[in-house]
Each structure stands twice: as structure tokens, then as C-alpha cells.
Ligand binder design. Structure first.
Ligand code: SAH
Length: 242
């Protein structure tokens, strides 16, 4: 009798899990459609080609709900930023897609992210690039993100604890750099570690207000072009004391 009850309980739980999975799949697909709609109305920012199918596919394949503390799909797939604890947030999905598109990541690229947070943006980049190195200054977030990325088998993503201002020279040089915290100026060491032809995408501006999402392209050694793309609001880029 006990065994029968256990089997019934397992079937009910499995049904709940698969219903939840189906719900998550629907909500993720709806998120991708929302991103597509935003991208169409942002043609000025993205150019006529808009968001690439590669980026949209990465957004469709990545299980955002497994990167947030409550692991809820209805929270994860709404087009909104989500608190991840310790005063930090994951950007809204459209902004993640936009930054990824602006970074123009190709399959053979080596990419740096500064501001690992939950690891979600790193996971998106890891689907598109050969190798992703990501730096996080808050130990607890770095540890959780590294575990999430490991559990989900993102074997080409490495997380390092530290202040990302000085980049990660041993991992570079980089084809693209994505910074997900706001600072008044792009850190010179990051520009230094960018390959010629590479792009740095980051929110440039003061903390606790809006910033300009900015693309810096390295066109020759020591020479860059800069364009501001959109107004965004990111958490501050902090500096370690040592
Ligand atoms: N990209 C993340 C969200 C980033 S929130 C995601 O997908 O979840 C910005 C993150 O940048 C925060 O976790 C914050 O702790 C981190 N950060 C701020 N200043 C930093 C610095 N100097 N070096 C590395 N990480 C930093």
C-alpha cells in the first residue's frame, strides 16, 4: 500500500513538473516574441538587420529561470530586470539581447564579461562564442553563478572573483567585452585587452541614474570609435579597495 502511494505521489509530482516545464517553454517563447517586437521598433539602434536569429535562438534556449533565486518562470520570462540579491539585478531580457547583438559575437570568439551577477548573460554569450571569461566582484554571486554555469554544463565559461576594472589578460585578447555595470568611462585596461576589430559594450554614465549604452570599437592599435546607442539603467560598477 505504502509503495503504491509512493508511486502515485511520484506520478503526481512528475506531472506537475512537466506541466511547469510546458508553462516555462511557453513563457520563454513569449519572451522571445516580446524581444523581437522591441527590436523591430529599435531599427535605428540595431540597423536594418535587427536582432540576429542566432541571438534570438540563444535567448530561446537559455533557461533564465534557473539563474534567479526563486526559479519561477513567470518571474524569469517577464521582460523586466530581476533582483538576484546583494543589491544586484539581472537586466531585462531585451537589454541582454541588445548588448549581445551589439557585441557581434561569432562562434570562434573569446569574450570577456565584467559583472557576472547570476551568470545569465555569460550563459547567453557562452552559447554564441568559443570561450567566455566573466568576472564578479561579490564573492557570493561569483560562487553561485559558477555553480549554476557548471550544473548547466556551460563548460566554455569561466568565472573569476575580483574587480573587473583591470580585465583578465590571461584569458584575452578579446573579440568582444560586455560590461554589465555602469561607470563614467570605459576602463582603459579593457580597451587594451580588446583585439583590433573588437567591440566593448557597456553602460557609460553616473551611478543611480540613466546611462548611455555605449559601443566602443577598436579600429586600430590605440584607436577607437565610440557610439551611444540607447538609454539604460544599470547597477554601479564598484571598485575593490586593494
Ligand atoms: N550580467 C549579470 C547582471 C549583472 S548586475 C547577469 O546576467 O546576471 C552587475 C554585476 O556587476 C553585479 O553582480 C555587481 O556585483 C558586478 N560588479 C560591479 N562592479 C564590478 C567590478 N568592478 N568587477 C566585477 N563585477 C562588478
Amino acid at each position: 500500500m505504502k509503495a503504491l502511494l509512493l508511486v502515485i505521489a511520484m506520478i503526481v509530482l512528475a506531472r506537475d513538473a512537466s506541466a511547469q516545464d510546458a508553462q516555462c517553454v511557453r513563457e520563454r517563447a513569449a519572451m522571445v516574441e516580446t524581444i523581437r517586437t522591441y527590436a523591430r521598433s529599435a531599427a535605428g539602434v540595431l540597423g536594418r538587420q535587427g536582432l540576429s536569429e542566432r541571438v534570438l535562438e540563444a535567448m530561446a534556449q537559455t533557461l533564465r529561470h534557473l539563474f534567479i533565486p526563486e526559479r519561477s518562470c513567470s518571474v524569469a520570462y517577464a521582460d523586466q530586470p530581476i533582483p538576484i540579491g546583494l543589491g544586484q539585478t539581472i537586466s531585462q531580457p531585451y537589454v541582454v539581447a541588445l548588448m549581445t547583438q551589439l557585441a557581434e559575437v561569432a562562434p570562434d570568439h573569446v569574450v570577456l564579461e565584467v559583472g557576472t551577477g547570476s551568470g545569465y548573460q555569460a550563459a547567453i554569450l557562452a552559447r554564441l562564442a568559443q570561450k567566455v571569461c566573466t568576472i564578479e566582484i561579490i564573492p557570493q554571486l561569483a560562487e553561485t553563478a559558477a555553480k549554476t554555469l557548471r550544473d548547466l554544463a556551460y563548460d566554455n565559461a569561466s568565472v573569476r572573483l575580483g574587480d573587473g576594472y583591470n580585465g583578465w589578460p590571461e584569458c584575452g585578447p578579446f573579440d568582444a567585452i560586455v560590461v554589465t555595470a555602469a561607470l563614467g568611462e570605459p576602463p582603459p585596461p579593457l580597451i587594451e585587452q580588446l583585439k583590433v576589430g573588437g567591440r566593448l559594450v557597456m553602460p557609460v554614465g553616473p551611478a543611480y541614474t540613466t546611462q548611455q549604452l555605449t559601443v566602443v570599437e577598436k579600429i586600430a592599435p590605440g584607436k577607437t570609435t565610440t557610439r551611444a546607442v540607447a538609454l539604460v539603467r544599470f547597477v554601479p560598477f564598484t571598485r575593490s579597495q586593494n
